[in-house]
Ligand binder design. Structure first.
Ligand SMILES: Cc1cc2nc3c(=O)[nH]c(=O)nc-3n(C[C@H](O)[C@H](O)[C@H](O)COP(=O)(O)OP(=O)(O)OC[C@H]3O[C@@H](n4cnc5c(N)ncnc54)[C@H](O)[C@@H]3O)c2cc1C
Length: 388
């Protein structure tokens, strides 16, 4: 089926994990039956999961220029930002004043961040190395006696804080520093969303590194150096307190955001509830946890539905919702698996061997192997061929 004015036009907003996975999946399912445009201000795709290593002297997180990716996937990239959506006219209005038409729209422009603890160091993914560089130096020189990592109570990116706590404890040990590292989390147990087996393994790893873990605790930092824990768990003092921002949905004008705090509610096929031609995937979606792996699965589900809408003979399978993550402790990866719906059973797993084929840290079915190919680890041609 083609759009009213020519080929079926898919407009993807964003150029993160969800957007690029969706573009790859659309090419896989629909080939050139669809014309795909990307609307995003970025000139490169920065691989955020590797940012945690930078302050500790590990390799820099790689940035992949978007221009060659757009060429590979035959995408038209509008370097601009979404301003509002006119669903009646099937148009997206941009900050630069363009009106971009679509037959299907995929909103994949992530979450907004908000620093909720003014007296803690709230990490900004764009400046993490700069923010943590001095802290790591102080840790190495034994100038910090206590360091706490606090997982915010609201929707957040949990993985990086666990990784930073593990890497800090390792660095302190390597430098004969006696810094006490504490991790405070509102979860009932460490990374509880991945289920019992995975959580137990993460808990053991934290213990082995000498990290004191306080769970089921909602924390606030009203004064520098003091973390108050609710409900009535007392206070923890720490010379340095590090946290991640809380996440909010971007509240897209023209799109009803029925999810909490501006996140978008979608059905299991990624369709925004109540809108026939608008889909959403990734951190923008109302979900209990925000990970790149989940973003990619949501993108895959949405891409299948969009391909079907474009007339491709495909039966969309819907979201699988199996959570995967690779927890990096500075020396090795602990691969985690659990069911996002909460019914874990035997699905909850932690292993030292990879649970997915690509070497990428985020388990994205197509983007992982594609990035491996860009890194020169596997041959790019079969991937691009399957997308044409
Ligand atoms: C430090 C760090 C480490 C992490 N580690 C892991 C990990 O190990 N494993 C894991 O699974 N997850 C990890 N995550 C979480 C993961 O990065 C996110 O869940 C994932 O990036 C979400 O992908 P997304 O495509 O939804 O959003 P994003 O990756 O945030 O991409 C959003 C895109 O939208 C664009 N955009 C924003 N506003 C607009 C607009 N108005 N118009 C057009 N474009 C716009 C942005 O420029 C960007 O291109 C980590 C996160 C951080 C911060």
């Amino acid at each position: 089926m083609s759009g009213t004015h020519g080929p079926f036009e898919v407009l993807i907003v964003g150029a993160g994990v969800a957007a690029l996975e969706a573009a790859l999946a659309l090419r896989e399912h629909a080939g050139d039956q669809v014309q795909i445009s990307l609307l995003a201000p970025d000139s490169e795709f920065r691989y955020r999961p590797m940012l945690v290593g930078e302050p500790f002297g590990h390799a820099r997180a790689r940035g992949y220029p978007l221009a060659p990716i757009a060429r590979d996937l035959r995408l038209h990239h509008h370097v601009d930002r979404l301003r509002w959506v006119d669903t009646d006219a099937q148009q997206v209005h941009t900050e630069a004043g363009l009106a971009l038409r679509y037959d299907a729209l995929l909103l994949a422009h992530g979450a907004r961040t908000h620093a909720a603890m003014p007296h803690a160091l709230t990490l900004d993914p764009d400046r993490m190395d700069e923010q943590l560089h001095g802290l790591v130096q102080d840790l190495e020189a034994s100038w910090i006696r206590s360091l706490a990592f606090v997982v915010p109570a609201r929707a957040a990116w949990p993985l990086p804080l666990y990784e930073l706590a593990l890497m800090s404890a390792l660095r302190a040990y390597e430098c004969y520093s006696e810094t006490v590292v504490t991790l405070i989390t509102p979860e009932d147990s460490p990374l509880a969303i991945f289920g019992k087996a995975a959580s137990d393994a993460v808990g053991q790893l934290l213990t082995d590194r000498g990290i004191k873990t306080i769970s089921s605790a909602h924390a606030t930092v009203h004064t520098p150096g003091t973390i108050t824990l609710y409900p009535e768990l007392g206070q923890v003092r720490a010379e340095r307190i590090v946290t991640m921002p809380e996440l909010y949905g971007p509240a897209v004008p023209g799109i009803p955001h029925r999810g909490e705090h501006g996140f978008l509610s979608v059905d299991r096929h990624g369709r925004v509830i109540g809108l026939e031609r608008v889909f959403a995937a990734g951190d923008i979606v109302d979900s209990t946890v925000k990970t790149g792996g989940l973003a990619a699965q949501q993108a895959d589900a949405a891409a299948e539905s969009i391909a079907a809408l474009a007339g491709v003979p495909i039966e969309p399978r819907g979201l699988v919702s199996m959570l995967h993550a690779a927890l990096w402790d500075g020396e090795k990866y602990l691969y985690l698996q659990g069911r996002a719906t909460g019914a874990h059973g035997s699905s909850s797993k932690a292993t030292l061997t990879p649970l997915w084929p690509s070497t990428a840290k985020v388990n994205a079915r197509l983007l992982g192997p594609y990035l491996d190919a860009l890194d020169g680890r596997v041959d790019l041609l079969p991937l691009i061929a399957s997308a044409s």
